[in-house]
Design a protein around this ligand. Structure first.
Ligand SMILES: Cc1ncc(COP(=O)(O)O)c(C=O)c1O
Length: 354
C-alpha cells in the first residue's frame, strides 16, 4: 500500500509522446521547438566548459540573473531563474495554493497547469477557449470568488495560439487581486506581447518564460519568473540552490551574446513560414485558429490520414483535441525551406478540407 496522498495516487502522469523522435529521420514539428540547431558559439561554449574539467563542481550562477534581466528589460530583483518554465509553474502553484483553493485554468491548454493544480488538490474550473471569441474572459471573470487562488493565462496559449490582450490581463488582475495571475510567456519572442512591465504595479502578476522554445535549449532546462521583488524573494525560499544546471547557464550566456541570430530565426518563422502555411490552409479550406506563436492548430477533414501521410514522409506533428473532442493537428513552424517541404507533402494529402 502506498503511503502517498490518495489524490496523488489517483492522478495520471504527464507523459508527452517523446519516444522515437529523431532529428536525423524526422522533421520535428510536434513540440513547438526551434527546428534548427543552436549556434556554433553556444556549442563551443558547452564543449569548452566540459573540457575545462569543471563538471565535478556544483553550479554557480554568477551574474546570469543580471544578464537575463537586462535582456528582459526588468530590474534583476524582479527575476529568478528556474529549471525550465515547468519548474517556475510548479513553484508558483506550490507556494500560492493550499488544498481546497480554487484554480481557473482556461482550456484546452498546456498540461502542466492541470498537473500542478491536481497535485495541490485544488478545485479546478476550466472555461473553454473558442476559435471565434478566443480567451473566455467573461467566464473567467464570472468564476472568480474569494476561494480563487490562481488563474492561468498562457499568452499565447498552447495548443490554440490564442493571444490575450494586456487590457484583459489587467482586468483579471484587478478583479482577482487576492489571487495569483500566472501569465505564461513561453512563446514571448514570437508573440512580442508581454506584461513584464506591469509586475511592479500588480503584485499578484507572475510571468513565466523559457529558453526552451525560441532559444533552442529545451534539453538543458532553463526558464525564469518575473514578478514583484517580494514574490521573487518568497519563491527563492522554495527553489533549491542548484536546481538549474550549469550547462544551461553556459549555453545561455553564449546565446545572449547573439540576439540578432535569435531575432532572425523568429522573423523567418513569423514573417515567412507562418504566412506560407496559413495561405495554404486557407486555400485548401482547412480551418485553423489564429495563432500568436510558432505553431498553428489546424482542423483537417481527416486528421488521422493527414498525420499518417506526414509521418510517412518524415514529418511529425501533434494531434490535440478541442473541448468538443475535435482533433486538430498542431503544426510547429520552422525555417522557410522546411515549411516549403511541409506544404509539398501536405499538398499530396487526402482529407485536407471539407
Ligand atoms: C505554454 C507552455 N508553457 C511552458 C512550456 C514548458 O516549457 P519549459 O521547457 O520551459 O518547461 C511549454 C512547452 O511546451 C508550453 O507550451
Amino acid at each position: 500500500m502506498s503511503t502517498f496522498k490518495k489524490h496523488i495516487q489517483q492522478m495520471g502522469a504527464y507523459k508527452p509522446p517523446l519516444d522515437g523522435r529523431d532529428p536525423d529521420k524526422h522533421m520535428l514539428l510536434d513540440f513547438n521547438e526551434r527546428t534548427l540547431p543552436v549556434s556554433e558559439a553556444v556549442c563551443s561554449a558547452l564543449v569548452d566548459y566540459i573540457q575545462a574539467g569543471r563538471l565535478q563542481m556544483y553550479p554557480a550562477y554568477g551574474d546570469v540573473v543580471d544578464r537575463i534581466a537586462e535582456y528582459a528589460n526588468v530590474p534583476a530583483s524582479q527575476l529568478m531563474i528556474t529549471n525550465g518554465s515547468d519548474q517556475g509553474i510548479d513553484l508558483i502553484f506550490r507556494a500560492a495554493c493550499t488544498e481546497g483553493d480554487e484554480a481557473i485554468i482556461p482550456g484546452p491548454t498546456f498540461a502542466m497547469y492541470m498537473q500542478c493544480a491536481k497535485v495541490e488538490n485544488l478545485k479546478i474550473h476550466s472555461p473553454s477557449y473558442t476559435s471565434d471569441r478566443g480567451f473566455p474572459l467573461t467566464e473567467v471573470l464570472s468564476l472568480i470568488n474569494e476561494k480563487t487562488r490562481i488563474i492561468t493565462i498562457a499568452n499565447p496559449n498552447n495548443p490554440s495560439g490564442t493571444l490575450v490582450s494586456r487590457e484583459d490581463i489587467i482586468t483579471i488582475a484587478k478583479a482577482a487581486s487576492h489571487a495569483v495571475i500566472l501569465v505564461d510567456e513561453c512563446y514571448f519572442e514570437y508573440s512580442a506581447l508581454t506584461v513584464v512591465d506591469l509586475v511592479g504595479q500588480y503584485p499578484n502578476l507572475l510571468v513565466t518564460r523559457t529558453f526552451s522554445k525560441t532559444w533552442g535549449i529545451p534539453s538543458l532546462r532553463l526558464g525564469y519568473i518575473i514578478s514583484a521583488q517580494e514574490n521573487i524573494l518568497s519563491l527563492l525560499n522554495v527553489r533549491g540552490p542548484y536546481d538549474i544546471n550549469q550547462l544551461a547557464i553556459v549555453a545561455i550566456r553564449a546565446a545572449l551574446e547573439n540576439l540578432d541570430g535569435i531575432q532572425s530565426y523568429v522573423d523567418e518563422v513569423m514573417n515567412e513560414s507562418k504566412p506560407l502555411l496559413e495561405q495554404f490552409l486557407k486555400s485548401s479550406g482547412v480551418e485553423f485558429w489564429p495563432s500568436g506563436g510558432n505553431f498553428v492548430w489546424a482542423f483537417f477533414d481527416k486528421p488521422a490520414e493527414v498525420q499518417k501521410t506526414l509521418f510517412e514522409q518524415g514529418i511529425l506533428v501533434r494531434p490535440k483535441e478541442d473541448t468538443d473532442n475535435r482533433v486538430g493537428l498542431r503544426i510547429t513552424l520552422g525555417s522557410k525551406k522546411q515549411t516549403q517541404y511541409l506544404l509539398e507533402v501536405l499538398g499530396s494529402c487526402r482529407g485536407l478540407g471539407a
